[in-house]
Design a protein around this ligand. Structure first.
Ligand code: ADP
Ligand code: MG
Length: 582
């Protein structure tokens, strides 16, 4: 015991306390464990190295990454999959900033997470006297997350953690920042008093019931519809009320479209799925029921050519956030509340004998869907050499169909857009992708969290460019021996590998990588399994083996470098110059 510690101990004893001590490190760990938060994703360093060690010693799972952004993405996906805030732990200033990208992304996607960052001494930061990694992190985090708090005193840790948990998961979920100055960790206090200061959060995400008038209004609009459509978003998947969603869709008889991370909430081969008739469904529907999905860019803001004539549709929107209503178009029937309560109230309101939508509408959609699926089926059976996207994804589609519990992580441009429509999902929350921002770099963080939180095998289907953002985390995957199979769709570059430098200079074009990279060799360097696949059969064999063995594997899938298109399916968002300069 140090001199200061024994002095403190005797002082506490005089005050009539137990004499046992605790400190900031232990209180923080106790606060998380009291609330059932047992996994931390982070990168060690000053001033949180010992915190990670002590957390591990206390039985928490502490997963160390190579870069904070990926630890943060892992925490966000842990939050999405479990409904509890995922924890990300970083060092001060630069580590904090690296984690902040993930925190902002989590908030944008409505994923609950808490970014815990060590920080420098307040007195020095506030006077800007140049401390080690000095930065006013709290001020910087604030506009990029749902809530941000700083804890200065050990006795406030319990309340701070409770506030952070509630802020992350209640209402619309999102990211929370918790600023932890270095001095906090070592602050000592009486153990018994410290124990009493901890809070177990009761009902962290309380149900929010919709008003009966809102339900009645929504059902009136739905009843009058001639061509109704349901759009399921990842908010509906997050809510973990899978049976209620299924019951609502099936009782209503309304065709539905899943947004990409809502795929599998109902199986993609469900008879009411209009996934393969998406354009027709959006164009011709007269009433659209949005369930945990936003009318943002991913749905062309609910207006424009693809949606038919302006004013030709009525929207019913089910969402926990009242501010979401009328964000892009008029919402005829806002239903504000948690998805479980809202859908249950609608199911109850439909009573017995609710009639299915007119059959000319459902028949038209089904015919379109079946026609498109038949055409697609032919292409997916192809065996082109070198592989194009359809050949390679046709193989992976079969592997997922045989393993509906596997989690699919997916990012890239063409690799993302093709995989989203080609690979069917059969169970809720099995597809994790680039989300609301269409961000690159979520891949390995998401793969780690998916494996750690669910223990199911993970298949990460990655564009070669997308993979590069988080590729170093394959060491993390090998270190923890996670059941992750990564398939890199290697087409030698971004969009395509064929661009040339128009000046004829030595530099290659900005979208082009080193030709014929062997990403599989990287995996071998870390002790994982590397495979090179140049044909459909080789790909099927390598991925099947990996998924069945659960061994960390990277398959370098050689894709025809001419087969991609600019920006995948969102080329319209990528401005291109028409001016020719000599
Ligand atoms: P997608 O990208 O699939 O369209 P979004 O992230 O755009 O999904 O939309 C998710 C929506 O779900 C957000 O508007 C969010 O407020 C809402 N949401 C999240 N959780 C719940 C919940 N438990 N109940 C109701 N709405 C929710
Ligand atoms: Mg590429």
């Amino acid at each position: 015991m140090s001199v200061e510690e024994s002095a403190l101990r005797s002082k506490i004893s005089k005050d009539g306390e137990t004499g046992d001590l605790t400190d900031g490190f232990h209180l923080l760990i106790d606060a998380f464990q009291k609330n059932g938060l047992n996994n931390i994703y982070g990168v060690p360093g000053i001033p949180i190295t010992d915190f990670g060690r002590l957390a591990q010693a206390a039985g928490m799972r502490v997963l160390s990454f190579r870069h904070e952004q990926h630890a943060g993405n892992a925490a966000a996906i842990a939050g999405y999959l479990t409904g509890k805030p995922g924890l990300c732990l970083t060092v001060s200033a630069p580590g904090f900033l690296n984690g902040l990208t993930a925190l902002a992304n989590a908030t944008t996607n409505c994923f609950p997470m808490i970014l815990l960052s060590g920080s420098s001494e307040r007195e020095i930061v506030d006077l800007q006297q140049g401390d080690y990694e000095e930065m006013d992190q709290l001020a910087i985090a604030k506009p990029l997350c749902k809530a941000a708090y700083r804890v200065l005193h050990a006795e406030d840790i319990g309340i701070a953690v409770a506030r952070a948990i509630r802020s992350a998961v209640s209402g619309r979920p999102g990211g929370v920042y918790l600023d932890l100055p270095a001095k906090l960790f070592g602050q000592v206090m009486d153990a018994e008093k410290g124990h009493r200061s901890l809070v177990q959060v009761i009902d962290p995400a309380p149900r929010q019931l919709p008003g009966p008038d809102a339900i009645e209004r929504a059902l009136t609009v739905l009843k009058d519809a001639k061509r109704p459509l349901i759009i399921l978003g990842k908010g509906a998947a997050y809510a973990q009320v899978d049976d209620t969603v299924k019951e609502f869709v099936e009782k209503s008889g309304v065709p539905y479209l899943p947004m990409s991370m809502a795929k599998g909430l109902l199986p993609d081969n469900h008879p009411q799925s209009a996934g393969a008739a998406r354009s027709l469904a959006l164009l011709k529907s007269d009433v659209v029921v949005m369930i945990g999905a936003r009318l943002n860019w991913l749905l062309s803001h609910g207006k424009g050519k693809g949606w038919g004539e302006a004013g030709s549709k009525k929207f019913i929107q089910v969402d926990i956030d009242p501010k979401e209503m009328d964000s892009n178009v008029e919402i005829a029937a806002p239903v504000v509340g948690d998805i479980g309560s809202c859908l249950q109230a609608m199911i109850d309101g439909m009573g017995v004998g609710w009639s299915a939508p007119p059959s000319d509408w459902t028949t038209a959609l089904n015919e379109k869907r079946d026609g498109n699926l038949a055409k697609m089926k032919q292409r997916l059976g192809s065996d082109t050499k070198p592989m194009d996207y359809h050949t390679a994804l046709g193989a992976l589609k079969e592997i997922i169909a045989d393993r509906p519990d596997a989690i699919l992580v997916n990012e890239g441009a063409n690799t993302l857009d093709f995989a989203r429509s080609i690979i069917d999902m059969y169970k809720p929350r099995k597809r994790i992708d680039v989300g609301t921002w269409g961000i690159m770099g979520i891949g390995m963080g998401a793969a780690v969290a998916a494996a750690v939180e669910t223990n199911h095998p993970v298949l990460a289907v990655e564009g070669d460019s997308a993979f590069g953002f988080s590729g170093m985390e394959i060491e993390t995957i090998c270190r923890y021996n996670l059941p992750v199979c990564i398939v890199v769709f290697n087409n030698n570059g971004i969009y395509r590998g064929t661009d040339v430098n128009p000046t004829g200079g030595d530099d290659v074009a900005p979208t082009v990588f080193v030709k014929d990279i062997r990403y599989d060799k990287m995996m071998e360097a870390f002790g994982g399994i590397g495979e090179n696949a140049t044909t459909r059969d080789e790909l099927t064999e390598a991925v099947t083996k990996a998924m069945d063995s659960g061994k960390p594997t990277l398959v370098n899938a050689v894709i025809d470098e001419t087969s991609g298109t600019e920006s995948g399916r969102i080329g319209n968002l990528n401005p291109q110059s028409v001016v020719k300069r000599s």
